[in-house]
Structures are given as C-alpha cells and as structure tokens.
Design a protein around this ligand. Sequence first.
Ligand SMILES: C[S@@+](CC[C@H](N)C(=O)[O-])C[C@H]1O[C@@H](n2cnc3c(N)ncnc32)[C@H](O)[C@@H]1O
Length: 295
Amino acid sequence: MTPSTEGRRNQGVSELKQRLLGNLRETRLLGSSALNNLLILTRLERQAKRIGNRWIQFRYDPGKTLRENVGFAHTPADDAGLRKALEDLQRIARRCLSPGDGVLEIGCGTGLYLKDFDAQYALTGLDISPEMIKVCKAGIPHASFIVGDIMKTDIQRRFKLIYLVSVLEFINRSDLSRFFARMSNLLEPGGFLFVHYPHALRWMDTLYPRLKYIRYSPRLVEKTARKHLALIEHHHAFDERIVGRYDREKGSPTFQNSYLLVAWKPVGSAADVSPEDDPSRRLPTWTEVGAESTR
Ligand SMILES: C[S@@+](CC[C@H](N)C(=O)[O-])C[C@H]1O[C@@H](n2cnc3c(N)ncnc32)[C@H](O)[C@@H]1O
C-alpha cells in the first residue's frame, strides 16, 4: 500500500469513527440498551461517554438550591433519604476517624455532605466540575479541593475515610474493578470506604439503557468490591433490606432507592480479612476491623 493510499484509508476510518461517535453524541443510540450493552462488553463505552461529554449537566445554576444543583428534589422522600445518608455517613465517621485523619469526598458536588465535617479532620473534596468546586470553596473554607476525574487524577496523599454519594453511577461499567482498586490504593491501611449508590430497581435497569446513569445491581457491586477490599456493610441505604440483583419491590425511583456499601482496607496482609478466603463470606464486624464503637 502506498503512503497516499494508507493516508486515505486512515482518513476514511477516522471519518467513519467521527460519524459513529457523532451519532452517539446526538443521542438516540445512547438510549439503546442493546447497543449500550455491546459497548460495555467491548469496553468501548468509555470513548462513547467521553465524546458525549457527560459532565456538562453538572453546571452550577445560581437560581437553584445546592441540592437541586446536584440533581435532588425537595420532596419528603428525598428529604428523608438525604437525612438518612447524612446520619449514616456521620455514624461511620465517628467510628473510624480521629482528629487529624484525612477524609476524601469523591464527586463532592455542592458540598452537601462535606460541610458537616468540622476542621479537626484534614478534608479534601474532589469533583470533575470546576463550577461545583468553586461553590464548595466558598462554603467550606477549611477543606482543600481538587478539580479532576477520580479515575485519572494523580492524588499523592492517602486517606482514613473516602466516601461518595450518588457518584458510582457515573463510573463506567468497565471501569468498576479499576475504581475499587483505586479506592484501595487511596486508602491508608485500616482505612474505610463509604459508597452510597442508586441501585437497579428492575431487571431492565441492569441493561443500561442510559450509559450516563448506570444503576448497578448490588450483587455486581459487591462482587467487584470484594476483589479489592473487605466489606463490612452492604444493604439498602434507607431500610437496610438486602436485595441481590435488583429491588423486587415495586416503587418509584427516589433518593431512598440506594444501597450503602462500607468497606475496609485490611492492615497488613489482605488475607487477614479477605472475604475471598472466607468460606462463609461473612462480613467482618466493626470490632474485628478495629474501629471503636460510637465515640
Ligand atoms: C449527583 S452529583 C452528587 C454530588 C454529591 N455527592 C451529593 O450527593 O450531593 C454527582 C457529582 O459527581 C461528580 N462526578 C461525576 N463523575 C465524576 C468523576 N469521574 N470524577 C469526579 N467527580 C465526578 C459530578 O460533577 C457531580 O458533582
């Protein structure tokens, strides 16, 4: 093949790729479960999402409340869900943190959760949206902030507690294992991970009709997290029910339809508490992982 033929062929391939990705961006294809599952299977959904520029939706609108800006409504159901998530996060924080410990919130949005931690901890908020970080900086002056994608940003320090609320759904399906590996890497030994995520309500949800908002099945999240960390809690965030693949109970999706996963990075050898080595796959207790009861 002469250099000019090869050049033309490369140009043709590149145009075809642009046309396909252009179509994806324009939408309809991103709404197709069949195509999305194919993209996930072939691990191409990262590119599709990158081109689609997902994060544009997280523009800060000063006409909206802090909560509305991160996609939550002012309904009694969301009020109760949010209150419970805040209580659970503070419950875990009281158990595992001592003054001076490092805390990282991933996807901190407008700071709804970070603002409840006081200055005795070394607080860091990270968000992919510069606008959200600007709002956080103004409201929470005692914390440090990073603008960046959690899957790419180089973070040097290690943390005692890392938490994320309503962010896991924006992590690519094919990046899920890499995400938990990264969490393990960012935790100091003996550190804790708190993940609050909207889970699949119906079987159809697990078919990923919307790539930008994946409702994971709790079973998949648990299986993946266990490869990297020891699980301590994993249940419905609002009422502590355990569901596997999806929530069989009928209900409308609200902030209450979330799952809560709390995991621990073992001190020393991972085999100490590795659930992979534990035939009963029992979750270690809080005492076993060395966290004090409520202070
Ligand atoms: C639904 S909002 C939740 C905000 C906050 N956690 C809360 O519950 O109030 C999701 C946030 O995650 C951020 N985000 C999404 N993907 C991210 C990524 N890959 N890295 C860092 N932040 C991300 C968005 O910019 C947005 O602020």
